[in-house]
Every structure is written in C-alpha cells, then in structure tokens.
Design a protein around this ligand. Sequence first.
Ligand SMILES: [Zn+2]
Length: 79
Amino acid sequence: MENLLKIGRMAGFALEIDFIVPSEGVWRRYIQVKVEVDVNCPFVPGFPLERDHLPDLWIHFKYEKLGNFCFGCDLLGHD
Ligand SMILES: [Zn+2]
C-alpha cells in the first residue's frame, strides 16, 4: 500500500486506491488511484520503474474522466 501511495504521488496528491479485479472476460487486474492534480501543469505520463539486474521498466499512467485533453502538450483545456 505504501508503494502504491508513492506511485500515486508521482501523478498528484493520492486520495484513494482501489484494486480492480474484473469478474469475467478480462484476465488483467489493475490498480486505480484517485489523485488530485494541478490542472495548470502538464500531466505526468508515467515513470521508469528501477529493477534489480534488469533494465528500467516504463510504467504508463492512464487517466480517466478527463475533459478536453491535449496529447500534444499534456494539458487540459483544449484538444
Ligand atoms: Zn496542447
């Protein structure tokens, strides 16, 4: 839980964590972290996860419920 809060803090102020286990059809479990973000700043796309004796692994954040979001400059307010 502490590591999940650290990951959530990379995207913003972590408020809540849910473990999502789809009931059928999808085999992947995932974690949903509710964060408070400053919408005047670009969204954090993810982070490199350091691993022992292996190259870093890029962990990509997926944001939900965004309004007009620009994938060019990672800001809200236009698309
Ligand atoms: Zn833009």
